[in-house]
Design a protein around this ligand. Structure first.
Ligand code: SAM
Length: 285
């Protein structure tokens, strides 16, 4: 039995039509209305599972207006499912506006979990780092993309990006400009589909690998970039660490590092990395 006046947020496959849960199929078969990003794509998925449903269109450009419609449907006691073209709604996809609206109305929002490209890629990448930051899409323009990448440079965790085929080469080239040639990148392409490929190497190697074969530039991509190496901060004496913290509270980062290097004789690069770490964790705010 489904709940009345509820919004079900239903994950759908990212390629292979069998990657859908029994619960998702049950919900999609029973709700009164399915709000779909592209009706044609969702009709194809539902037909593959012999489900007929009343579909309405909800996408990035009409989400606010359709949220009004859906809220009226919920007022009448009916239930609605939200699906997108692929994966989990609300993850680099529409959904947040509708979900916020329905939650504000006081109706239940019920997630029905399933496929997500980022998690799918991570699960098969063999990355030992237990931490990751999901970034989603970078800006389309190089200048903005580079400035967002620069802001991520000192992150120590794995960084996960989505990218479109027509920008894959320039995006990986920009990553190499900002992070250097030796950072590790895993490219997960066309996951769960016929040409599924997972390839890992340094930024330099993976860029060359993409350039060498235009077939590898096609399809959908998840990029997993290793984080900045953590310098051995244990080398730094407690006194130097304390002095750095005090000076960072008063001076610009570079000046603080310069003075602590002169005062303590510690390694400048190690102090610089520690200063970046302190800043990125919010110190001294
Ligand atoms: N909501 C989806 C999710 O949960 O992963 C993401 C939707 S976002 C609009 C689409 C992007 O996700 C693609 O451009 C690509 O970067 C990534 N993606 C989706 N399906 C993929 C697949 N089968 N293989 C690799 N990346 C995929």
């Amino acid at each position: 039995m489904l709940e009345k006046s509820a919004l079900y947020v239903v994950a759908t496959p990212i390629g292979n039509l069998s990657d859908i849960s029994l619960r998702a199929l049950d919900v999609l078969a029973k709700v009164d209305v399915v709000a779909a990003e592209h009706i044609q794509n969702s009709r194809h998925l539902l037909a593959a599972h012999s489900i007929t449903a009343k579909l309405i269109s909800l996408h990035q450009h009409n989400e606010t207006a359709v949220a009004d419609k859906i809220s009226a449907i919920l007022d009448s006691g009916k239930s609605v499912a939200l699906v997108t073209d692929a994966g989990t709604p609300g993850i680099s996809d529409p959904g947040a506006i509708l979900v916020k609206r329905v939650r504000a109305q006081g109706y239940p929002v019920i997630p029905v979990p399933g496929a997500n490209a980022a998690i799918c890629a991570l699960s098969a990448a063999g990355i030992m780092d237990p931490h990751f930051l999901f970034y989603g899409f970078l800006p389309a323009k190089t200048g903005l993309r580079k400035s967002e990448l620069t802001a991520l440079k000192s992150q120590h965790c794995t960084l996960i990006f989505y990218e479109a085929p027509h920008r894959i080469l320039e995006c990986v080239a920009d990553m190499m400009d900002i992070f250097g040639s030796q950072r590790q990148l895993t490219i997960a392409r066309e996951l769960t589909k016929l040409f599924e490929t997972i390839h890992a190497g340094t930024l330099e190697e993976t860029l060359a690998w993409l350039q060498a074969d235009s077939n590898q530039q096609k399809g959908e991509f998840v990029l997993l970039l290793s984080g900045a190496e953590i310098s051995d901060k244990s080398e730094i004496s407690e006194q130097a660490r304390h002095t750095l913290k005090c000076l960072l509270a008063e001076l610009p980062l570079k000046q603080a590092v310069k003075l602590v290097t002169e005062i303590t004789g510690e390694n400048r690069n190690t102090l610089y990395q520690l200063a970046l770490d302190l800043k990125s964790t919010g110190y001294p705010e």
